[in-house]
Design a protein around this ligand. Structure first.
Ligand code: PLP
Length: 523
C-alpha cells in the first residue's frame, strides 16, 4: 500500500493511468486497483514505458478527474473499511455529473429511451403515446429498426433534421441545415474532432488555439494531445469574468510571434467561471474573429443553464446571422451542444451535436471521412439528443409533466447558484463572482504565506494543498483552480452546485468552517 501511495505521489503509472477516462462511480475501484499494485517479477523490458510512450499523451492533464479525485476514492475505501474520519462520506463536488449527485432523470426522456431500447414496450399501456411516437420515429430511422445497429457516421438522418429544427426555433427562425449537423459522442468528441482537423504546421507556423483562462481542461488536454500551441486569453475576474476583446487582441499579437493562431474557443455560459456573455460581447468577438481570420469554436453546452434574471443566452450562430451577410457568409464557426448538461444531465449517454457554418465543402468530406473511421457515435446517445431537441410540446400528453420536471431542475439550480454566491461571499478570504449560468462556483481564495510554505514543503501548488486539506478534513472533493488556469498569484477552486439544496448548504457551511480554521492555522 505504501508503495502504491509512493507511486501516486511520484506520478508513476497508477497515477498516470488512474483517473483518465474512468467513470465517476468506478472511483473506488480505481483506488482499489492502485492499492493492489503487486511487486514486479523479473521480465523483459516493456515496449511501452513512460519514456517510450507518446509524449503528447503524457503531457495531457485533466484536473477534473486528477489526483484529488484519486485521493477521494482512497478515502472512500478507508471509510468503507471502518477507518474513522471527521466525516462519514465523501461529497464529490468536483465534476458536473448531475445524476451522480442525485438529480432525477427527466421521465419523458427515459420513457423514449426505454421504448427505443426494448421495442416490445411499444405495446404497453404504461407509456404515453407521444413517447411512443418519438420512439417509433427514431427506430424507423435505425438500421433493422434497432438501436443496436450502426448509424451513418454523421448521425441518424431524422435526428439531424430534429437538431436543425431545434436550432432554427432557438434562434428565432435563423435557418439551420441538417447537412451542417454532426452528431457526436458528447460535446467532447466534437470539439476534439474539429481541433484535430484544424491543427497543422510546424515550428512558428504550428496552429495556435486561443482558449479562455480559466478554461475547461478538455481544451488544454486536446491541445497537448495534438501538439498544438495553447494561446491563453484571460477572462476578467474583476468584471464578473467578462471576455474583453482588448485581451483577445493582446493574446493574439503575442502569439503571432511564435505560432500561427487560427482558432478561437469560447465557452458560453462559462465553465468553470459561470459568466454569461452579453450580446454585445458576442458581436465584438465575432467581429474580431472576422477581422483576424480566426475559426470560431463556440462551446454552448450550458445554453439551458442561465440563472441571473438579467442574463440571456445568445447563440453565436444567431448573432453571426444578425450581423449581416459579410459575417454570416464568411466567419467559420463550429458550435457544440450536449445531453450532459442543461436540465437533463444525461452525461452517461454521451450524446451531443456540432453545427458547422461556412465549412469548406472539401473539408466537410474530410470531416465525414475522419468520423467514419470510428463508425458512428453511440446510437443511444443520438436518440437521447433527439429527445433533448424534440421535447413534448403544448397539447401533447407528456407536456405538463415534462415542463414541471424541467422547471424544477432549472429552478433549483438557480436557487443553488444564488445560495452559493451569497454563502461564499460571507466568508472572510473568499470572494465569489455571481454564478450567472452553468453549474459551478469558482471562488477566489486567499491563501496565507505560511500555508504557501507548507504547500511548497509538500511539493504541491498552494490551491492543491488547500483542496487536499479540505478533502482530508471535511470529505468535500473540489478541484484546484490551477487545473483550469488562473492569473499568477491568484488561487481558486471549482465546486459544482449539483448537490441537493440541503446537502449543498451543509457543504457550504463546512467549506466556510474549514476556511476560517485554515486561515487561523496558517496566520
Ligand atoms: C464547457 C464544457 N464543454 C464540454 C464538456 C463535455 O461535455 P460532454 O459530456 O458532452 O462531452 C463539458 C463537460 O463538463 C463542459 O463543461
Amino acid at each position: 500500500m505504501q508503495r502504491a501511495a509512493a507511486l501516486v505521489r511520484r506520478g508513476c503509472c497508477p497515477r498516470t493511468l488512474g483517473p483518465w477516462g474512468r467513470s465517476q462511480s468506478s472511483a473506488a475501484a480505481e483506488a482499489s486497483a492502485v492499492l493492489k499494485v503487486r511487486p514486479e517479477r523479473s521480465r523483459r523490458e516493456r515496449i511501452l514505458t513512460l519514456e517510450s510512450m507518446n509524449p503528447q499523451v503524457k503531457a495531457v492533464e485533466y484536473a477534473v478527474r486528477g489526483p484529488i479525485v484519486l485521493k477521494a476514492g482512497e478515502i472512500e475505501l478507508e471509510l468503507q473499511r471502518g477507518i474513522k474520519k471527521p466525516f462519514t462520506e465523501v461529497i464529490r463536488a468536483n465534476i458536473g455529473d448531475a445524476q451522480a449527485m442525485g438529480q432525477q432523470p427527466i421521465t419523458f426522456l427515459r420513457q423514449v429511451m426505454a421504448l427505443c431500447t426494448y421495442p416490445n414496450l411499444l405495446d404497453s399501456p404504461s407509456f404515453p403515446e407521444d413517447a411512443k411516437k418519438r420512439a417509433r420515429r427514431i427506430l424507423q430511422a435505425c438500421g433493422g429498426n434497432s438501436l443496436g445497429s450502426y448509424s451513418a457516421s454523421q448521425g441518424v438522418n431524422c435526428i439531424r433534421e430534429d437538431v436543425a429544427a431545434y436550432i432554427t426555433r432557438r434562434d428565432g427562425g435563423v435557418p439551420a441545415d441538417p447537412d451542417n449537423i454532426y452528431l457526436t459522442t458528447g460535446a467532447s468528441d466534437g470539439i476534439s474532432t474539429i481541433l484535430k482537423i484544424l491543427v497543422s504546421g510546424g515550428g512558428k507556423s504550428r496552429t495556435g488555439v486561443m482558449i479562455p483562462i480559466p478554461q475547461y481542461p478538455l481544451y488544454s488536454a486536446v491541445i497537448s494531445e495534438l501538439d498544438a500551441i495553447q494561446v491563453n486569453y484571460y477572462l476578467d475576474e474583476d468584471n464578473c469574468w467578462a471576455l474583453n476583446v482588448n485581451e483577445l487582441r493582446r493574446a493574439l499579437q503575442q502569439a503571432k510571434e511564435h505560432c500561427n493562431p487560427k482558432v478561437l474557443c469560447i465557452i458560453n455560459p462559462g465553465n468553470p467561471t459561470g459568466q454569461v456573455q452579453s450580446r454585445k460581447c458576442i458581436e465584438d468577438v465575432i467581429h474580431f474573429a472576422w477581422e483576424e481570420k480566426l475559426f470560431l469554436l463556440a462551446d454552448e453546452v450550458y445554453q439551458d443553464n442561465v440563472y441571473s434574471p438579467d442574463c440571456k443566452f445568445h447563440s453565436f450562430k444567431k448573432v453571426l446571422y444578425e450581423m449581416g451577410p459579410e459575417y454570416s457568409s464568411n466567419v467559420e464557426l463550429a458550435s457544440f451542444h450536449s445531453t450532459s448538461k442543461g436540465y437533463m444531465g444525461e452525461c452517461g449517454y454521451r450524446g451531443g451535436y456540432m453545427e458547422v457554418i461556412n465549412l469548406h465543402p472539401e473539408i466537410k468530406g474530410q470531416l465525414v471521412k475522419l468520423l467514419s473511421v470510428r463508425l458512428c457515435p453511440p446510437v443511444s446517445g443520438q436518440a437521447a439528443m433527439d429527445i433533448v431537441v424534440n421535447p413534448p410540446v403544448p397539447g401533447e400528453e407528456s407536456f405538463e409533466q415534462f415542463s414541471r420536471e424541467k422547471e424544477s431542475v432549472l429552478g433549483n439550480l438557480a436557487k443553488k447558484a444564488k445560495l452559493t454566491e451569497d454563502m461564499f461571499n460571507q466568508v472572510p478570504g473568499i470572494h465569489c463572482n455571481p454564478l450567472m449560468g452553468a453549474m459551478y462556483a469558482f471562488p477566489r481564495i486567499f491563501i496565507p504565506a505560511k500555508a504557501m510554505e507548507a504547500a511548497q514543503a509538500h511539493k504541491m501548488a498552494p490551491d492543491m494543498f488547500y483542496c487536499m486539506k479540505l478533502l482530508e478534513e471535511t470529505g468535500i472533493c473540489v478541484v484546484p483552480g490551477s487545473g483550469f488556469g488562473q492569473r499568477e498569484g491568484t488561487y481558486h477552486f471549482r465546486m459544482t452546485i449539483l448537490p441537493p439544496v440541503e446537502k449543498l448548504k451543509t457543504v457550504l457551511q463546512k467549506v466556510k468552517d474549514f476556511h476560517i480554521k485554515f486561515l487561523e492555522k496558517y496566520a
